[in-house]
Structures are given as structure tokens and as C-alpha cells.
Design a protein around this ligand. Structure first.
Ligand code: FAD
Length: 399
């Protein structure tokens, strides 16, 4: 086993660290308060080649390995986990096309992302089907002319207000069907320059082949306020055969493949938050003096800093193992992806909450980044499967 990074991986790491240090970290509190979607940052990330990491070489993508992907997402999250979530969700939407689409589908649906900085949405969750997505009611059904038509509503969808393409998981034929399909709905709109995250109105997208998509008012969230989240409603959207990815009965299997890929990425976001919380807390406790000494020199505070570091390091190791196993297609990759996600959520929440405590009253003030990190960390334990679902996956495999 080799823990060294390759030259290419080190290059990616350096590039994204420089970008984050220059364009995100110095402005982060101002950006978050402004509540504007950071399109300039998304565009720069695209220019640098650290967006759309799952696009294969055959479509002129970078075909980046999963260790590099995890490093890139971790570092973006160190800058801001909302921006990292936005970037990751592009890949969630696109990786299923890369894995299971035909060559023609890859060219048609992934090609535009190589040409310009576009956003995509991964549409799985529904108001009444969250952890248990088998209860989804979004449906494709053949109409009288023999064409599939898509109807249904998805909620909490990242990038929804700005997405140019939607990857949708849907039941086939009837809502009680055991089969789900994965369909792609392109909706190439003009990319917005700047847009307010919190107050933008709904978006209605009439589709040239029939039907429309309506995105709801962006959600006003506790944390990750630089990512966009909204409902997406599909109304009589005509789906051509070439918009169905792979076999229309195998959507659950494709979903498992996407989630195996996604969970290490969520873990990377969690590790990024944990590292940032540790670093800002170290910086603060080295400066702040009470009882004639630096806070970081007080034994109880130092013990806490060591515990924050320990959990971050463990989560990082689990992340790298999961990324490696998913890349190798190892049979036990799902268990390690779930383990990494839970350890990273634990590290992010622990480090941010304890880091805030070590800042004392200042930590409770919004001008200290640690208060933002506490808000951001909570979602790591929830999206892409809540903690209990990850434990269910691990338990099923063990027992
Ligand atoms: C900011 C944000 C971005 C998101 N982005 C996307 C996206 O881009 N695409 C997308 O499809 N979805 C997205 N989601 C949805 C997210 O994946 C779901 O919120 C998540 O899967 C949980 O589903 P739920 O909210 O319906 O919670 P529920 O399933 O209702 O769970 C609520 C609670 O019930 C308990 N629980 C649930 N199941 C079990 C169980 N089996 N055993 C024990 N306890 C259980 C847990 O305590 C859990 O926290 C996003 C959510 C947020 C908040």
C-alpha cells in the first residue's frame, strides 16, 4: 500500500489549495452574508479543471481518479462546503451517464459540460420519499402516442435554480412498480451572471419536446448558504427513448453505483469542514490569552484540540480507503463508503461544535468563521443518506 500522492494528484491538490486560498477563504464571510450564488467561483473552478470530475476522456473530460476527486472536493470544502456541494452534485448528476449511458448519450449529455461552466441537478429525493426512496411517486408512463411522459416533484435539489440539465430517478409505468429508471432532461438555459440565492423567484422552463420544469423558490437554509437548493416539478415532460439511461428497470442498481461514488465525496466535504474548524480554532487559541497563558497551552483545551485532530485524521483515512475501494470496484466498497461518510460527519460536527466552544463568546459571533462551520457541518450527517441509513448498510453487510 502506497500513501504517497502521485505527481498528478499533488498538482491537483496544489491548484485547488491555491484557488481556495486566493478566491474563497479571504472572502468567505462576506460571500455568505451577501447570499449571492457564487457563479464567479464556479466559473473559475471550471477554468481550472476542478469541476465535472467524472466526465470521461472520450467526451474530452479529465477522467480524474477518485483519490484526486476526493482531494479536490475536500479542499473546495475547506474553502466552503456549499460550493463543494454544488460541485459534487454536478458529478452526481453526470456520473450515472458516464457509467451507464451509451457513447451517444455521453456525447449529448456530458459534452456541453466540457464546453462551458454549466450546472446539473441530481433528482432523487421527494417530499414523501427521503431515506426510503422506493416510495417515490415521480413516474414515466407512455401516453397515447406511445411516448414516455414524466410527472412528479423532487425536493431539496442542489443547483436546481441554475441547472441546465436534470438527472431524474423515476418509477416506470405505475407508482407501485418495483422498477425505477434514470432519465436525463436537458434544459439548456442562459447561465446567470449573479443571482440571489434566497430571494429568486421560481423558474419555469418550457421544454421544446413538450412539457415544462418548474423550480421552486430557493430554500433558506441553516447552513451551506452558498449552495442552491429548491424543489423541481416535472409537468408532462416528454421523454424520448434516448433520454433513458441504460435499462429502464435497473435504476436502483444505477442509484447504488452513484451513491457508492457520492458517499466518499460527502465524506470529503465533511473532512474539509473538520480541517477548517481545527485550523481556525488552532489559530484562535494560539492568539487568545487567559489566566496568563495561551488557551491552546491549557491542558484541557489541548486535549480537546488533540481529540479534534484525531477524529479528523481518522475520517481522512476512512475517506481515502473508501475512495480507493470505490475506484477499484471492490465488493465491500459500499460498507467503507458508508463508514467514511459517518466518520466524516462525526468529525465535522465534533470539530466545529468544540471549536466554537474553544472560541468562547467570540465563537457565537457571526464574524468568526467557526459559527458558520457549525451550521454547515450539520448536513453532512443527513444528505446522501442519514447516519442511521449508513449504519443499516454496514449492519446488513456485517450480520
Ligand atoms: C442542503 C441539502 C441538499 C440536498 N441535495 C439533494 C440533491 O441534490 N438531490 C437529492 O435527491 N436529494 C438532496 N437532498 C435530500 C437528502 O438527501 C435527504 O434530505 C436525506 O436523504 C434524508 O431524507 P429526508 O430529509 O426525507 O429525511 P427522512 O428520511 O424523513 O429521515 C428523518 C430522520 O428519520 C430517521 N430515520 C430515517 N430512516 C431511518 C432508518 N432506516 N432507521 C432509523 N432512523 C431512520 C433519521 O433520524 C432521519 O434523520 C438534499 C438535502 C439537503 C438538506
Amino acid at each position: 500500500m502506497d500513501f504517497n500522492l502521485t505527481d498528478e494528484q499533488r498538482q491537483y491538490l496544489d491548484t485547488v489549495q491555491r484557488f481556495v486560498g486566493r478566491d474563497i477563504t479571504p472572502r468567505i464571510l462576506e460571500l455568505e452574508k451577501g447570499h449571492l450564488f457564487p457563479f464567479d467561483i464556479i466559473r473559475k473552478a471550471w477554468d481550472l479543471g476542478v469541476l465535472n470530475l467524472s466526465i470521461p476522456e472520450s467526451v474530452k473530460g479529465y477522467a480524474i481518479d477518485l483519490i484526486s476527486t476526493a482531494l479536490i472536493i475536500r479542499e473546495l470544502s475547506y474553502g466552503d462546503s456549499g460550493i463543494a456541494t454544488s460541485a459534487m452534485c454536478n458529478d452526481l448528476a453526470n456520473v450515472v451517464i458516464a457509467m451507464h449511458g451509451t457513447d451517444a448519450q455521453r456525447q449529448a449529455f456530458l459534452g456541453p459540460f466540457v464546453e462551458r461552466p454549466l450546472l446539473a441537478s441530481f433528482c432523487l429525493t421527494e417530499p414523501n420519499a427521503g431515506s426510503d426512496n422506493s416510495g417515490m411517486t415521480t413516474l414515466i408512463r407512455k401516453d397515447k402516442s406511445g411516448k414516455y411522459v414524466l410527472n412528479g416533484q423532487k425536493c431539496f435539489i442542489t443547483n436546481a435554480s441554475f441547472a441546465s440539465q436534470f438527472t431524474v430517478f423515476t418509477k416506470v409505468g405505475k407508482t407501485s412498480s418495483p422498477f425505477i429508471a434514470c432519465v436525463v432532461v436537458p434544459a439548456f438555459a442562459v447561465e446567470p451572471e449573479t443571482a440571489e440565492i434566497g430571494s429568486q423567484a421560481c423558474r419555469e422552463i418550457p421544454l421544446p419536446c413538450g412539457g415544462r420544469i418548474v423550480t421552486g423558490k430557493p430554500e433558506d437554509k441553516l447552513g451551506q448558504r452558498l449552495s442552491n437548493t429548491a424543489t423541481v416539478t416535472f409537468e408532462d415532460v416528454v421523454i424520448e427513448e434516448d433520454q433513458i439511461i441504460g435499462d429502464r428497470r435497473l435504476g436502483f442498481q444505477y442509484l447504488t453505483n452513484v451513491l457508492d461514488y457520492a458517499r466518499p465525496m460527502v465524506a470529503a466535504i465533511g473532512v474539509g469542514i473538520a480541517r477548517r474548524a481545527l485550523d481556525v480554532t488552532l489559530a484562535y487559541t494560539r492568539e487568545r490569552r487567559q489566566f496568563g497563558q495561551r488557551i491552546c497551552d491549557m491542558p484541557v483545551a489541548r486535549e480537546m484540540l488533540v481529540e479534534m485532530w484525531r477524529r479528523t485524521e481518522l475520517a481522512e483515512m476512512a475517506l481515502m480507503k473508501a475512495a480507493f475501494l470505490v475506484q477499484e470496484g471492490a465488493p465491500d466498497r459500499g460498507v467503507y463508503a458508508s463508514l467514511a461518510k459517518n466518520l466524516a460527519a462525526d468529525a465535522a460536527i465534533f470539530c466545529s461544535v468544540q471549536g466554537l466552544h474553544l472560541h468562547g463568546g467570540y465563537g457565537f459571533m457571526s464574524e468568526y468563521e467557526i459559527s458558520k462551520l457549525v451550521r454547515d457541518a450539520q448536513i453532512i450527517d443527513i444528505y446522501e443518506g442519514v447516519r442511521e441509513v449508513q449504519n443499516m448498510i454496514i449492519g446488513r453487510e456485517l450480520a
